[in-house]
Design a protein around this ligand. Sequence first.
Ligand code: ACO
Length: 313
Amino acid sequence: MSGIRIVGTGSAVPARMVSNSDLEKYVDTSDEWIYSRTGIKNRYFCEDEKLYELCARASKTAMERAGVDPSDIGICISATLSADYATPSNACMLQRELGLPTDIPAFDVNAACSGFIYSLHIASRFVDKERPYALVTGGEMLSRILDMEDRSTCVLFGDGAGAAVIKYDESAAFYGTMGSRGDNEALVCGGINTEDPHVRMKGQAIFRFAVKTIDENLTDILDHTGNTIDSVDYVVCHQANRRIISHVAHKRKAPEGKFFMDMDKYANTSAASIPLALDDMVNRGLLSFGKGQKVVALGFGGGLTYAGALLEF
Ligand code: ACO
């Protein structure tokens, strides 16, 4: 598999922040119930923002940090299940907004919360010495498809976008896993053309799927790349729920902080959650570009899908 390095990240969220207490206006819930079961405190909900605008803002920061111009990008992939349009894709809208070249592929990937890692895998197969840079975004406007009368789902999700510029680099580590298991029972979102367009979920079934796949994929990635939990700098899981991540971290006897968590800020943003977390880590000074730090990123979600990758900064 081609080596790739993450050379720039960025993020953007809508202006409106919604706290757990704010949700008490819509459903019978409480900050205590939500925080103790999920680790979530706040999330952002869009008003009139467009998804492609958020992704464009995140991408501009990522390109600036990477020191690349739009003309340097050789492929644009956008992971999302909640794009503004069925067509044009979010990636095509980004191409227009950012002025990316027109002779490059630009398309969306729908693998729910695994979408960003799926997209990195695909991008890694396209970049080469001639066109070494790819722009990969993960972005969602999940508030558009939440049933604000269903307390078992509406408190869990949020909107946002994260972006990464990746660069072909033979010396960089990149190995990953991907898979899917067709299932429309545990997690389903009908979309706008169906009787029930909203997100519906069996929380405990997802919990079991998540802890199993995170653990198996982490083992696969560490074993295959000759790493241990101590030799990688961070593990960044899809930020669905603190209890899922703590469960795996505890089983691995991982030191405090090895498994990064920021669902308190953003809630579960599906395809955006991993790129938002990576950018959050850059902003907090935990990750720096060009330092060779290693991160295992692990996604799981609707599909059911899963994906993992050893990434180098
Ligand atoms: N506020 C207050 N009470 C609530 C809320 C709420 N927001 N939501 C549900 N409840 C109530 C239920 O009605 C139920 O009440 P009852 O016992 O009187 O019937 C009680 O709390 C327990 O409900 P459960 O659904 O069994 O809650 P559970 O303890 O399983 O917690 C949770 C739900 C947090 C979602 C849990 O199943 C979980 O951690 N799941 C992991 C999956 C996950 O986080 N999914 C997120 C998105 S999916 C993805 O990203 C791939």
